[in-house]
Structures are given as structure tokens and as C-alpha cells.
Design a protein around this ligand. Structure first.
Ligand SMILES: NC(=O)c1ccc[n+]([C@@H]2O[C@H](COP(=O)([O-])OP(=O)(O)OC[C@H]3O[C@@H](n4cnc5c(N)ncnc54)[C@H](O)[C@@H]3O)[C@@H](O)[C@H]2O)c1
Length: 383
């Protein structure tokens, strides 16, 4: 029998509980040997920790003083990722780090360098990139089946309100305690679809394309938010194909989109839904239906990391797959943020939460996407 892969989980109180559930509820050939969280209350919040005698440490230093692991899963906020990743790699531990990895290319390069020096992998938590249908599409793009990319557009939003912004000290912030965090729908909650497009345009299975320019409209509707909560973006890429991206939190629908259109010289790919239903059509009428493929496990990123520890093979989504999004986040953050006109913002109370939603925002952005335009180019200004 194979020895279980020993895992330490860092940051369990938010999205980290998804990993806790998977590691304690399923037999994945792994043993959760410790949890690190600055909040000691997580021990009571998750009774399974005491039931399974899984120790809770206040930080990684305390964990490494007592124990070691084969794989660290980092689900802390973005402003802690770089130092935690470097600590784990230098301890000889493979890492699966949640997105966004970091906010500067310098940090990304330092982490990549550390993987080379230590021989340990660093994989990222962008779950779309581990799906077998997305990977099949990427293989077809790389094989030239669709020809060169011409232009891509996607819209995607999650409604987020008072509870979301109150859950920690970094939601919606540009900086926290002097550290950059750049939290926005584009940086964080709705990063996945943009990141996937840059990944699909990468020149190898494990790379993304890069972005080279930006026209942007950033807005803030919710005055409690420091950063922007609405973005309409047109990035130029080093593949000579623009990527248009529309995303927002102050919207009426709980989950809006994603809807994506990828135009190529020899065909077009369309997808809808969070678990994307992807279909391609070539100019000669041939339909390529990726929905026929088994997309893999919902936690494929975790399964691949456990497998990577055993085989020594790095999972497909590492630092090189994230260069486009990391640069794009910083480029976006350099743009001015315009407050939305108050008369366009409607308060809404639902399920014990309070939201603001901007009138007709979903319809406006969907119309922009259809015409490959930014709102101002359609004669629309929210500010
Ligand atoms: N892949 C996805 O779909 C997905 C979904 C949600 C969040 N995430 C990512 O997961 C990460 C965490 O997001 P969240 O929404 O769960 O955040 P959160 O603030 O809600 O929870 C973070 C947890 O980490 C703990 N923590 C904070 N600072 C710490 C530190 N220095 N050391 C140890 N623990 C610390 C907190 O106590 C909390 O338990 C982010 O990078 C986020 O983007 C990914």
C-alpha cells in the first residue's frame, strides 16, 4: 500500500474548508497532518479537527517546529501567499496555492526560481485549468485546429454585499496594513474566466499568453468598497488578439454568466456556465462538442497535486500559467476608478444580506460584449 501524502492546510476558515471537507470526507490517498490558521476559533468551528486529532497551529513556523509535510495547501489571503509559498518550498514541501498567486511579477519570478532551486512544484488553485474539457480545447488551439486567435470576450459577475465585505479585513481593499491586496472582482472572485482565456492562449500547455496594453473603465458603486467593484476591460495580448472582460459585484443576479466567445481565424468557440459547457465550430461547419468529455473531479486541482507528489510531475497550472493575469491585475489597478452616479445604485435586502445593484448593468455589459465595445464607446457612462 502507498504511504499517504502528508498535507498541511494553511487558512481553513473561508474557502479552505472545501479542502478540509475533501481531505477528511474522501479517501484521496492523503493524510491531513496539520492546519495553520491565525484564528484559533477554527478549532471549534470545524469539530472534525478534534475528532481526527488534527493539530491546529497559529502559523507555518509553529507547524514546521513540530512536524513536516509533503504538500502544503495555501488558502490564506493573497497578501500572505508569497512568503508562505517560499517558506514551504525552502522546507522541501510541494505547494498548491490558491489564486491569485501574487500581485507582482517579481514575486512570481522569485517563487518560480525557488521551485527550480528546490525541485518542488508550485501549482495554483485555478480549477478551470484542470478540467479535461478546457485542456482538450487548449490542445486543439495549440494544434492549430482553430487557427490564430482574433478576439475574445467574456462576462461574469457574482453579486456580493455587506456580508461578503464584512467577512475579513481585506475584502474590497486596495491595501491592508500597508500591504497591497488589490481585491476586486477582476483580481479575485471573478478572476477565473479571464485567467482561463490567457491560459488558453498560452504557447504551451503550462503557459499563459501575456498582456501588452489596456483600455479600461473601472467603477465603484458600493461606497464601503475602497477598490473598484465594476470593470470593463480590453487587454491587448502578445497573441495580437484582444481580450474583453466585463465583471461586477453590484448586480441584481446572484451569478451572472459566464458567457464567453473566442473568435479564431478558422472557427469560433462559445461557452456558458461556471462549469463551462464549451462548443467549438469550424468555418467548414464541423462542430467540436467538448461537453461530451468527462471534465474530471470537482477537486481535480487537489487530486493532481497529490498525484504530483507521488510522480514528481508538476501539475499543469503553475506560475507560468498565471503571468498574464498577474500583469493584467497590476495594469488595471493603475487606472482611475470612477464613482457610479448614486441615482443608478439601488439598495436591495435579501436572505439576511444587503446589496447595492447598478441599474441594468448586466444588460449593458452583455450588449457591450456582443459589440466588442467598452461602455463609453456605446455612449454609456456610469459615472
Ligand atoms: N478557487 C476558488 O474558487 C476560490 C474561492 C474562494 C477563495 N479563493 C481563494 O482562497 C484564498 C482565501 O480566500 P477566503 O475568501 O477564504 O479568505 P477569508 O479571509 O475568508 O479566509 C482566510 C482564512 O485564512 C486565515 N488567515 C488569514 N491570515 C492568515 C495567516 N497569516 N496565516 C494563516 N491563516 C490566515 C483566516 O483566519 C481565515 O480562516 C484567497 O486567495 C482567495 O482568492 C479561491
Amino acid at each position: 500500500m502507498l504511504k499517504p501524502v502528508r498535507i498541511v492546510l494553511v487558512g481553513v476558515g473561508g474557502y479552505g474548508h472545501i479542502y478540509l471537507d475533501a481531505l477528511t470526507g474522501r479517501n484521496l490517498g492523503a493524510a491531513l497532518v496539520g492546519v495553520c490558521d491565525v484564528n484559533p476559533a477554527v478549532a471549534e468551528k470545524f469539530p472534525v479537527l478534534a475528532e481526527r486529532k488534527i493539530p491546529v497551529y497559529p502559523n507555518l513556523e509553529a507547524f514546521f517546529a513540530a512536524d513536516t509535510a509533503d504538500l502544503a495547501i495555501i488558502v490564506s489571503p493573497v497578501h500572505f501567499h508569497t512568503e508562505m509559498v517560499l517558506t514551504c518550498l525552502r522546507r522541501g514541501v510541494h505547494v498548491l496555492c490558491e489564486k491569485p498567486l501574487c500581485l507582482t511579477l517579481d514575486e512570481a519570478h522569485r517563487m518560480e526560481e525557488a521551485t527550480r532551486e528546490t525541485g518542488k512544484f508550485l501549482s495554483l488553485g485555478y480549477q478551470l485549468n484542470y478540467r479535461k474539457d478546457v485542456l482538450a480545447l487548449k490542445r486543439d488551439i495549440l494544434a492549430g485546429r482553430y487557427g490564430a486567435p482574433k478576439r475574445l470576450a467574456v462576462y461574469h459577475g457574482f453579486r456580493r454585499g455587506a456580508n461578503y465585505y464584512a467577512r475579513n479585513n481585506w475584502a474590497g481593499r486596495i491595501t491592508v496594513n500597508g500591504r497591497e491586496v488589490f481585491d476586486s472582482p477582476f483580481t479575485n472572485a471573478c478572476a477565473h474566466n479571464f485567467q482561463m482565456l490567457t491560459f488558453l492562449l498560452g504557447d504551451a500547455m503550462d503557459t499563459s499568453c501575456d498582456v501588452t496594453g489596456l483600455e479600461a473603465e473601472l467603477y465603484r458603486a458600493n461606497p464601503q468598497v475602497e477598490n473598484y467593484d465594476i470593470a470593463a476591460l480590453r487587454f491587448q495580448t502578445d497573441r495580437n488578439a484582444p481580450i474583453l472582460y466585463y465583471t461586477a459585484h453590484p448586480i441584481r443576479t446572484a451569478c451572472w454568466g459566464p458567457v464567453g466567445v473566442l473568435e479564431f481565424e478558422k472557427g469560433i468557440v462559445r461557452y456558458v456556465n461556471e462549469r463551462p459547457a464549451i462548443r467549438g465550430e469550424l468555418a467548414d461547419g464541423t462542430v467540436i462538442d467538448y461537453t461530451q468529455l468527462d471534465p474530471g473531479d470537482g477537486m481535480q486541482k487537489l487530486l493532481d497535486a497529490i498525484d504530483g507528489v507521488r510522480t514528481g510531475k508538476a501539475p499543469v497550472c503553475g506560475v507560468k500559467a498565471d503571468i498574464g493575469h498577474i500583469r493584467a491585475v497590476r495594469m488595471a489597478q493603475e487606472q482611475p476608478i470612477v464613482p457610479v452616479r448614486p441615482e443608478l445604485c439601488q439598495p436591495m435586502a435579501l436572505d439576511g444580506d444587503r446589496f447595492l445593484c447598478v441599474e441594468n448593468l448586466e444588460e449593458t455589459f452583455a450588449a457591450c460584449a456582443q459589440q466588442w465595445k467598452l461602455p463609453r464607446e456605446m455612449g454609456i457612462s456610469l459615472g
